[in-house]
Design a protein around this ligand. Structure first.
Ligand code: SIN
Length: 474
């Protein structure tokens, strides 16, 4: 598949050669996209700035109607877009189809929600004054999105930005740009006016520098690692860019002895092995109350052993390849370090890396301790380490013992325990008996070094609106 950039309503191959997109399940080339840089990024921002003049004046009803056309086209073509995704990033086809549906849910939700971006009229303390609060689009928005959710992370940013009246420039991940290209083709078919949506593939550092320094850019929205997020924040300081940063996680899962065991195993499987462990909200470390640690570990081992690993295009596969060699080596390193420090492998613990394809087998470890790499760093792979705890206070302390604060999970049937744990976890997203809390209607984002701002829900729309206060003296 040959992807192109989309700038000011034109498809273009301009750039410094091409980037090859590889299929991580086969090691074969799947396609190419232009290796764009400063020139292409600047042209895209200029186009978005010009288009903002008219797009920001359209009614939210016009914008919502275009978004809904895009939503419908995406769903009509979901199988085809999902196949592109599976071939460029590896996730099983059923999961890729699920991601397209998840993406569409952001588009429809924000198309509706923007109709309620009301301002306010506040009673004044002085006679003859009117205090008005208006919500207005922030302006040109630029986005940088990751390879693990090539469709959903773009939709979660693009839909609220467009619904709010902003214009948009996307820079998809180098490893997975072709899903974004196809989504843009469908958006073009939906009829967005030229310049409103723009797409630039290529060098992250060159495009990123334009994004953080071009005077027409008003907002940068980024999903990716904490390290890159910090770099972008530094680069954006001079222009005081409005930032939304959805960064790394290191999610704890707490399983209490009074939990419903079936629900806990199901929830941990859903949280841990979604996308082969390659999500920012995947459970990374599992704390299980000592009295049930043996039973729980055995149940998790049995469920994990049944997972089918392979090429995501093959029927029934639940765990695809890791996206690249670095990802594979990180999982292998975390497991080796844990074993060296006393952990025992119940299932998995090995993999196959050959000819540019990287499959790591889903792994369950017991006897994990807090000093192991896997308990301190986001693994981003299918590795589930289990450590025993005794009291709720201890579990919460261990869970909070990290610089990250994106998602946390716990399982208990006790309202009192659950309320204590939920209120004391320092995380932006908490799943109580729920391993899959993400949804278009809810705010998604982290505390501490997991980021700034929220995506999804009312907060996700607010992120693309400025608040203007107008004081009227009659
Ligand atoms: C992420 O990994 O950043 C996104 C996961 C989700 O939306 O649930």
């Amino acid at each position: 598949m040959e992807g192109k950039n989309y700038i000011n309503g034109e498809w273009s191959t301009a750039g410094d050669g091409v980037i090859e997109v590889m299929n991580p399940a086969t090691g074969e080339k799947f396609g190419t996209v232009p290796n764009g840089g400063e020139t292409e990024a600047s042209a895209a921002v200029d186009a978005a700035a010009e288009a903002f003049k008219s797009w920001s004046k359209t009614t939210v009803y016009e914008r919502a109607s275009l978004l809904m056309k895009w939503h419908d086209l995406l769903l009509e073509n979901k199988q085809e877009v999902a196949e592109i995704m599976t071939k460029e990033m590896g996730k099983p086809l059923a999961e890729a189809v699920g991601e397209i549906e998840y993406s569409a849910s952001f588009i429809s939700w924000f198309a509706e929600e923007a109709k309620r971006s009301n301002g306010r009229l506040i009673p004044a303390s002085k006679e003859g004054k009117r205090i008005q609060v208006l919500k207005q689009p922030v302006g040109v928005v630029v986005s940088i999105t990751p390879w693990n959710f090539p469709a959903a992370m773009m939709a979660r940013k693009m839909a609220p930005a467009l619904a709010a009246g902003c214009t948009f420039v996307a820079k998809p991940a180098k490893l997975t740009p072709l899903t974004a290209v196809r989504m843009y083709e469908l958006a073009e078919e939906a009829g967005f006016p030229k310049g409103v949506i723009n797409l630039v593939t290529g060098s992250a550092s060159k495009i990123g520098r334009v994004f953080t320094s071009h005077p027409a850019v008003r907002k940068l929205t980024f999903t990716g690692s904490t390290e890159i997020g910090k770099e972008l924040m530094k680069q954006s300081a001079d222009s005081m860019l409005n930032l939304s940063l959805e960064l790394g996680g290191h999610a704890p899962i707490i399983v209490c002895e009074d939990a419903n065991m079936d629900l806990a195993v199901e929830g941990v499987m859903a949280s841990k092995f979604r996308n082969a462990g390659q999500t920012c909200v995947c459970g990374n470390r599992i704390y299980v109350q000592r009295s049930i640690v043996e039973e729980f570990s055995q149940r998790l081992q049995e469920a994990t052993a049944k997972l089918k690993v392979g090429n995501g295009m093959d029927e029934g596969v639940q765990i695809g390849p890791l996206v690249d060699q670095d990802g594979y080596e990180k999982s292998a390193r975390h497991v080796q370090d844990a074993v060296d420090k006393g952990a025992k492998v119940l299932v998995g613990g090995d993999g196959r890396a050959e000819n540019g394809a990287f499959f790591y087998n889903p792994t369950v470890l017991i006897n994990a301790t807090q000093d192991m790499l896997v308990m301190n760093e986001e693994t981003f792979g299918p590795v589930a380490p289990i450590m025993a705890f005794d009291t709720d206070e201890e579990a919460v302390r261990l869970a909070n013992d990290t610089r990250f604060g994106l998602a946390a999970y716990f399982f208990t049937d006790s309202l009192t325990r659950g309320t204590y744990i939920a209120e004391n976890l320092e995380y932006g997203i908490v799943g109580w008996n729920d391993g899959a809390p993400s949804s278009a209607q809810a705010p998604f984002g982290g505390m501490k070094e997991s980021g700034i701002g929220r995506e999804g829900g009312q907060e996700g729309l607010d992120a693309f609106l400025e608040t203007k206060y107008i004081s009227i003296k009659l």
